[in-house]
Design a protein around this ligand. Structure first.
Ligand SMILES: Cc1cc2nc3c(=O)[nH]c(=O)nc-3n(C[C@H](O)[C@H](O)[C@H](O)COP(=O)(O)O)c2cc1C
Length: 354
């Protein structure tokens, strides 16, 4: 039977309105990305991984990741760490910040993370991974979920051993990106493992890896029995891919539409990260948005050279004057900043070291 991507499903008591989840991506999944993902049909969005040590030490930049907008729900905030007590404390902060789900990263292959005992390292540490899951699940009342890779080495089946134990320890859903940590992003995601995991557990499984179109999403859901697909790289600078996957709307966006979405993204990101950080963070997005034959190649180079985000906006409006009207509509629909959960409103006993 063909899966209906517009159907809702549940993670614990959280209803997820469509079967498409926007992937957590470090250096990408800022609030503007998540909000946009929700607008284009993603049923669930996720923050990038947030260090539980950073939360514990009240690192200002880390706490910035806990800002939740009224239009993001349902939202998962992902944490990483290797120590059950610190992960539980971070999970409490994440819940207080307004996340609907606490997601844990047991898959990051980057050495900076694995050498601390976190991320993909936990795939081979069943007892510790379960103790972390138990500690986090009993610390919060929202559902706790885990995102995994297949294992550390290329032929590893660690995810199939670990998955059922994590569910027993309290995980309400599992996401599997069936590449090994060693593979990073090479080769392909082997979703036969996702199908095996679905058979082994009685919680919803999300299939992550190489889903870039509606045809691929339907194929993966049918072949695996997963509850939902996760879309990562395919959505970078391309919310229209999310729309195509969820709604089957394959119309290419007009230049005006691309420029309006990019300008909104630039403005929101500058507000979120501050002008200095945003100006460098955004450079990779110009290529992602303007590619796909949407704008001539030299135009991207021109934007990357510009010094400030205001100059980028001015240049985009000059290249696509019709974008101004679309942009005004998009901005009018944004919730006011008042509706945002700000850190200084978090309970003092949790935020500020009390
Ligand atoms: C730039 C980048 C950053 C990522 N950061 C995270 C992260 O913070 N947490 C996580 O669980 N996965 C992270 N991932 C993995 C993605 O969530 C996803 O599982 C993977 O990219 C496969 O899906 P895709 O083929 O749709 O991109 C990242 C991937 C990319 C490309």
């Amino acid at each position: 039977m063909r899966a209906n991507l517009r159907e809702s499903w549940w993670i614990g008591a959280v209803e997820v309105p469509t079967r498409v989840v926007l992937a957590p991506m470090a250096g990408v999944s800022v609030q503007a990305f998540r909000r946009q993902g929700r607008r284009f049909g993603a049923g669930l969005v996720c923050s990038e991984m947030v260090s539980c040590a950073g939360i514990e030490h009240r690192n200002e930049r880390t706490l910035g990741y806990l800002r939740v907008g009224a239009d993001e729900h349902p939202l998962a905030i992902q944490i990483f760490g290797s120590e059950p007590r610190a992960m539980a404390e971070a999970a409490r902060m994440v819940e207080a910040a307004g996340a609907d789900i606490v997601d844990m990263n047991f898959g990051c292959p980057v050495r900076k993370v694995t050498k601390t005992g976190a991320g993909a390292h936990l795939l081979e540490q069943t007892a510790l991974a379960c103790r972390i899951t138990e500690a986090v699940a009993s610390a919060v009342s929202v559902p706790v979920t885990v995102k995994m890779r297949r294992g550390v080495e290329d032929d590893s089946l660690a995810c199939l051993r670990l998955g059922p134990s994590l569910v027993e320890a309290g995980a309400a859903s599992l996401t599997l990106h069936p590449r090994s940590a060693r593979q990073m992003y090479t080769g392909y995601a082997d979703h036969t493992l996702t199908a095996e995991l679905v058979d082994l557990v009685d919680v919803p499984v999300v299939a992550s890896g190489d889903v870039t179109s509606r045809a691929k999403a339907e194929g993966v859901l049918e072949a695996t029995g997963a509850a939902a697909v996760m879309v990562g790289r395919g959505a970078q600078g391309n919310p229209w891919a999310v729309r195509e996957i969820v709604f089957g709307d394959a119309d290419a966006p007009s230049r005006e539409e691309v420029a309006a979405e990019l300008i909104l993204f630039v403005r929101e990101t500058a507000r979120e990260l501050g002008e200095r950080r945003a100006a460098s963070f955004l450079k990779k997005f110009y290529g992602w948005y303007l590619g796909h034959g949407r704008f001539p190649k030299p135009f991207k180079q021109e934007l990357v050279q510009l010094g400030s985000t205001d100059e980028v906006v001015t240049r985009l409006l000059a290249a696509a004057p019709g974008a101004a009207e679309l942009l005004a509509q998009l901005e009018a629909e944004l919730p006011s900043a008042e509706d945002e959960v700000l850190l200084d409103r978090l309970p003092i006993s949790i935020y500020g070291g009390g």
